[in-house]
Structure formats: C-alpha cells, structure tokens
Ligand binder design. Structure first.
Ligand SMILES: Nc1ncnc2c1ncn2[C@@H]1O[C@H](COP(=O)(O)OP(=O)(O)OP(=O)(O)O)[C@@H](O)[C@H]1O
Ligand SMILES: [Mg+2]
Length: 283
C-alpha cells in the first residue's frame, strides 16, 4: 500500500531527548547534511513548535506545517506540506510553526498515531526520514516515536545525562509496547563533548556503564563551526574549516550507524525493505 514505482528502503529516525538544548536539532541537521553529501534523498519532519530545524533548512516558501498535518491526519496528507529546503536538491522538509503547540496535548483516542497516518505512502519516497522532536517526551514526541522505526537519543556529558537518557529510553519502550513494535533505539549519542575535561570523561563512562551497547562508541565534538553553519543555513559539511571537518566526520559515522541499524530492524522483523507503515497492522 502507498507504494510507488520509486519506493525506497527508507530508514526513519526520530531524534529525541527530554532535556532542552542538548543538541537534538543540531545532530539531526548534521545527519541530514551527511546524507545530503552522499546524494541521499532526505525528508526532515520538524515536530518542534520552536521550528529550529525549519529555520536552519531555510525553505523558500511554506504552505502547510506539521500543525496542519497533525490537525488533518488523513493518510498521506503530509505530502501536501513538503517543501524544498534551502540546502538544495535532495533535502526536503515538512516545516513547523509555533502554532504546533496546540497539538502538544492528546486529543482523543489514538491521537499519537496522527503523524504515522499522515506519512503513509510518503516515507517510502525517501532514503532517510528524520523527525526533530521538542524537548519533552509528551504528545508530539510520542507521535514521532509512533511514526518511525529508530529513535536516536541525544545527551550531553553532564550530571543530567544519565536520568535524561533513562527517561528517553523508557519513552521509546512505552511507545514500542503500545503502538509501534518495530521501534528500536538507534543508540545514545553524546554531543558537545570535550573529552579532555575529567567531568566529561566521567559522565561518558557513567553512561557507558549504565547502557553498554547503546551508548555509541564515539562522541560529537563541540565546534564553533557547527553554530556558524547553522547561522548561515547551510550544512556543516559545506562549511570549510577544520572544526567543520571534525564535526562532519562524526556525523558521517553517525549516519552509517543509523543506516545500518535501520537495515537491521527491517531484516530482524522479517519485513520487506519497502514495507510501508499502515495504521495498527504492521506494528
Ligand atoms: N556539537 C556542537 N558544537 C557546537 N555547538 C553546538 C553543538 N551541538 C549543539 N550546539 C549548539 O547548542 C545550542 C543548542 O543546540 P540545539 O538547538 O541543537 O539543541 P536542541 O536539543 O535541539 O534544543 P531544543 O531542546 O530547544 O530543541 C545551539 O545553539 C547549537 O548551535
Ligand atoms: Mg531542537
């Protein structure tokens, strides 16, 4: 269902964290940039009313937003909201707006399935679909988690990292148990690392001890170029500096992890690689 002639083995991944400002949007943009550099077809779904991913992807025009998409929620309706990003060919966007806050509270039974329904037949037009989430594990993030097969947890190496990662991983399990059996954690990635500081090294070791195998064996460095590229609305991969290259190398490895975990998920479940989502049947 919903399959078209150029259906792809899509990998779908939400980027989540309970805490604000840990780098969810930045990490999503880094992964999207790595995919852009490889010529993959990418869709970014901005499910944060702050619309930071939308701003960084700088679309020339916006017709509908995720607020409209969730309000309507007819099968495949997200296609109507897709616009080209300012990054050029290959990266497209379902933009957000502040009014999306209206959708942050549950509205009747199955309201967490709205995004999944709206993306039916849309997902398989892309190699990679990334969903940016707000700093909360509430209704909007649950919509994201119900619509994807992978969730990447982002954290910073601080005192709050362990409880934050625990809460996000728990939310993933809850959604998996309630309406999305194919959902898996892609991993916990530590952002803004400064490995030379003892506090960061300590927090990293603490996380790895708590979640062996889930905490990714590399960290995303803190680099000013990441912020400069965001400010210029270009992928960090297109920003020419040593710091940008450091970050781009890590985002490239992170993309490999996500593509590999996405492929595993499909194979593990014995599903066809082009199986599309359908409400309540393939989960
Ligand atoms: N690796 C990094 N190097 C340098 N700056 C970074 C890095 N990661 C994130 N930042 C900066 O930190 C700030 C917060 O990042 P970002 O907006 O991605 O976090 P977030 O988790 O999406 O926040 P929110 O919860 O508000 O959505 C931004 O100014 C961003 O540019
Ligand atoms: Mg954000």
């Amino acid at each position: 269902m919903g399959q078209q002639s150029d259906a792809r083995a899509s990998v779908t991944c939400a980027v989540v964290a309970q805490k604000g400002g840990v780098g969810k949007t930045t990490t999503l943009l880094g992964i999207a940039g790595a995919a852009w550099e490889r010529g993959l077809k990418v869709l970014v779904v901005d499910l944060d009313p702050q619309a930071n991913a939308t701003a960084a992807l700088d679309p020339a025009s916006i017709h509908y937003t995720t607020n409209d998409v969730l309000a309507d929620a007819r099968p495949g309706i997200a296609a109507d909201a897709i616009v080209a990003s300012g990054w050029g060919l290959g990266v497209e966007l379902v933009p957000s707006e502040r009014a999306l806050e209206h959708r942050a509270v549950p509205e009747g039974r199955d309201s967490t399935l709205r995004l999944r329904i709206a993306l039916e037949g849309v997902v398989d037009q892309y190699d990679l679909v990334l969903v940016d989430c707000p700093p909360s594990l509430g209704e909007l993030t649950r919509n994201a988690l119900a619509a994807v097969r992978l969730a990447l947890v982002v954290t910073e190496p601080s005192f709050f990292a362990l409880p934050g990662a625990a809460a996000a991983l728990e939310a993933i399990e809850v959604v998996r148990g309630s309406n999305n059996l194919v959902l898996r954690a892609a991993g916990v990635v530590v952002n803004r690392s400064r490995p030379k500081t003892t506090e960061h090294a300590f927090r990293l070791t603490e996380l790895q001890a708590a979640y062996p195998g889930l905490v990714l064996p590399f960290t995303i460095p803190e680099r000013t170029a990441v912020q400069q590229a965001q400010g210029a609305c270009v992928p960090v991969q297109a920003w020419h500096s040593a710091g940008a290259a450091d970050a781009a190398d890590v985002y490239d490895v992170l993309l490999d992890v996500i593509l590999a975990r996405g492929a595993e998920t499909v194979a593990d479940l014995g599903l066809s690689s082009t199986t599309t989502f359908s409400t309540g049947t393939d989960t």
